[in-house]
Design a protein around this ligand. Structure first.
Ligand code: PGA
Length: 253
């Protein structure tokens, strides 16, 4: 028996305009209105946040952002602070996505700073980590995800950890159509859970939500979500179609 709640989160990446956001959400609301055992989150581009927050009002859908800066304010052209997100009605934020690490020079250090800034402001963090193909092929997945978990959570208190969701996202599976097998996903999520146990104790390990992400879709979601250590999904491509995302939510029921 699973005791943890599922969190199904869409990561739209750089897709959908404010008008498309409104249209998507209006279609999506009735499709998921009866969902009771999962939290549903849409992580949208910054400029879509006002439209998204207003469209999900009085529904069971929550809105997230896809990044946050670690400083409170100042001369950081183009950046967005945690307080700005909070005041915009955002409840969640993705931190450390592999595309940020790969294309925007994010390191475990900046991922850690962003995580702490978001938590300090009261946001829930979806912290992404995962190995690249070369690391998996060299048999060091366990070391890599353990180290990322430790570095990215440095200084995060046990109390703050309650607002952290970890998304295990093997980089080779993101946007490639190559999904990790349910066993691979369960194993890596299990490693992360074990590390959380070492850092914060067994209770924290039992409670933390660990998602799988990487080419999850309406076809493979049910078997991934059935795994003991997989408590949800962070979904890119398939989250851009309301029907596909609703089917993943249904698979978690
Ligand atoms: P994908 O993306 O579902 O398109 O592989 C997942 C993610 O990057 O979070």
């Amino acid at each position: 028996m699973k005791k943890r709640r599922y969190v199904i989160a869409g990561n739209w990446k750089m897709n959908q305009t404010p008008a498309e956001t409104k249209e998507f959400i209006n279609k999506f609301i009735p499709m998921v209105k009866d969902c009771v055992n999962s939290d549903i989150v849409l992580c949208v581009p910054f400029v879509d946040i006002p439209a998204a927050v207003s469209a999900v009002k009085d529904t069971n859908i929550k809105i997230g952002a896809q990044n946050v800066h670690f400083m409170k304010n100042g001369a950081y052209t183009g950046e967005i602070s945690a307080q700005m997100l909070v005041e915009s009605g955002v409840e969640y934020v993705i931190v450390g996505h592999s595309e940020r690490r790969q294309y925007f020079a994010e390191t475990d250090k900046t991922v850690n700073l962003r995580t702490k800034a978001a938590l300090d402001a009261g946001l829930k963090v979806i912290l992404c980590l995962g190995e690249v193909l070369e690391q998996r092929e060299n048999g060091i997945t366990e070391e890599v995800v353990s180290m990322q978990t430790k570095l990215d959570l440095l200084g995060v208190t046990e109390e703050q950890l309650k607002n952290v969701i970890i998304a295990y996202e093997p980089v080779w599976a993101i946007g490639t159509g190559l999904t990790a097998t349910p066993q691979q996903a369960d194993e890596a999520c299990g490693v992360i859970r074990k590390v959380i146990g070492e850092l914060y104790g067994q209770n924290a390990a039992d409670e933390i939500i660990i998602q799988y992400g990487g080419s999850m879709n309406d076809k493979n979601a049910a078997e991934l979500l059935a795994m003991e250590n997989v408590d949800g999904g962070l979904i890119g491509g398939a989250s851009l179609k309301p029907e596909a995302l609703a089917a993943i939510v249904a698979a978690a029921q």
